[in-house]
Design a protein around this ligand. Structure first.
Ligand code: PLP
Length: 414
């Protein structure tokens, strides 16, 4: 059981959350290594003997200890920036299992990626192809590439995390991709090795992905006919998790659906992020004050939108649990809000348990796009990250930022 009350205390992955708050303070991100690893292993088991590479999407949660643990299990990585590349290089000697995605890679980023020997750069435009070609030529390094195509498929998710429609900035329209493959394969410096697509995130239905993957396989077969054989079909990430009432397919089902539409001559690359770490994290926060403004009740927490942006950005739902068992109060609905000077600074709405000053609460399912989206807005230092290890101990994996950490890049210029 991931969450359970033992006596009055809320346990997450068999660890008493109040004890973590005592030891590390609040706000504080807490992850379960056990859950992260079992999600990753479920992907591996679902692929079985089928040729594949699981490239964990670093953007979902880029903490070095998490990357290190996933690498030890055999993960490759999907990255989108120089910073993410350098993170992976802290835990991995070879960059051969790295896929470099991203709609706007700079010259400096591309140069570092090529010199580091990344396994594949996913091209997102004709301009990018020209730029990468020029840099590879200048460095005298031959580079494996794929084209990320935009298959124009509606993934039925939040518009901010839909990426595979013509109105989205991502990828190359599938009808233009052939020209890019011809340019790449006619050059001395680029070797096309695959096709990539990623149509969106938090998907709860595999049908749009199946539709997109079929388009991609069709293009790969057409390219083979004109003398450009490819090895990899990169299906992106996207599998959703259950935040509320969603019922996403299991990892096993998702992979099985994808496998069924990719011929076995291809290797399948997959770039999951949320489905590996999302449900494996909680954000602990303490109630600073409670107030009733006559129309609405507010519990003001020491965590805010700078710590967890998803509610403010996507109107995202996260369930909140009291760390000391509380009576349910459907008649007493309150909003959990942060101390930031924005009306949009809310973390959860209409919670139905009794709450008062000093209470500790846990915001569920924040392992993905939680800390990795955190900022210093309102000059708030970012929270620490703690990992519950397999042996049941809780280990600090990122120190709480201090005000001095935040100021150091400016004080030296005074
Ligand atoms: N791959 C690419 C190219 C992405 O843009 C993303 C996320 O937006 C992912 C993989 C990971 O998606 P998810 O966390 O939904 O699995």
């Amino acid at each position: 059981m991931t969450f359970e009350y033992k006596g009055e205390n809320l346990y997450f992955d068999s660890f008493n959350l109040s004890k973590i708050a005592d030891d590390f303070g609040t706000p504080c991100y807490v992850y379960s290594r056990n859950l992260i690893e079992s999600n990753f292993k479920e992907y591996q088991a679902a692929f079985g003997e089928r040729e594949h590479l699981i490239c964990y999407a670093v953007k979902a949660n880029s903490n070095l200890s998490i990357l290190k643990n996933l690498k030890a299990l055999g993960a490759g990585f999907d990255i989108v920036s120089d910073g993410e590349l350098e993170r992976v290089k802290c835990v991995e000697n070879s960059c051969a299992n790295i896929v470099y995605s991203g709609v706007g890679k700079t010259e400096a980023e591309i140069e570092n990626a090529i010199k580091s020997g990344v396994g594949c750069i996913n091209l997102e435009s004709r301009d990018e192809l020209k730029m990468i070609l020029a840099i590879a030529k200048q460095l005298g390094i031959v580079l494996p590439v794929s084209v990320r195509v935009n298959p124009n498929v509606n993934p039925n998710t939040h518009p901010y995390i839909s990426t595979g429609l013509k109105e989205n900035k991502f990828g190359v329209p599938i009808e233009d991709a052939r020209e890019l493959y011809e340019l790449a394969s006619n050059s001395e410096w680029l070797v096309p090795i695959g096709i990539a697509c990623h149509i969106g995130s938090q998907l709860t239905d595999s049908n749009p992905v199946i539709e997109a993957v079929r388009e991609v396989v069709h293009l790969a077969e057409e390219l083979k006919r004109i003398g450009i054989p490819l090895k990899d079909i990169d299906v992106g990430g996207g599998l959703g998790i259950k935040y509320d009432n969603e019922s996403p397919p299991s990892i096993r089902q998702w992979v099985s659906d994808i496998k069924s539409c990719v011929p076995s001559s291809f290797r399948i690359k997959i770039e999951p992020g949320r489905s590996i770490v999302g449900s494996a994290g909680v954000l602990l926060t303490k109630i600073i004050a409670y107030k009733d403004n006559g129309k609405r009740k507010f519990a003001i927490s020491d965590a805010a939108m700078n710590d967890l942006l998803r509610p403010a950005l996507y109107d995202a739902y996260h369930k909140v649990l009291p760390c000391i068992r509380k009576e349910r109060r459907p008649d007493f609905l309150f909003d959990l809000v942060g101390p930031i000077c924005e009306t949009g600074d809310w973390l959860a709405k209409r919670q139905d348990f009794s709450v008062s000053q000093g209470d500790l609460v846990a915001i569920k399912d924040v392992g993905a796009y939680g800390f990795s989206m955190a900022s210093n807005y309102n000059s708030r230092p970012r929270p620490p990250e703690v990992l519950i290890e397999m042996d049941g101990t809780a280990r600090l994996i990122r120190t709480r930022e201090s005000v001095a950490d935040m100021l150091v890049l400016e004080t030296k210029h005074l």
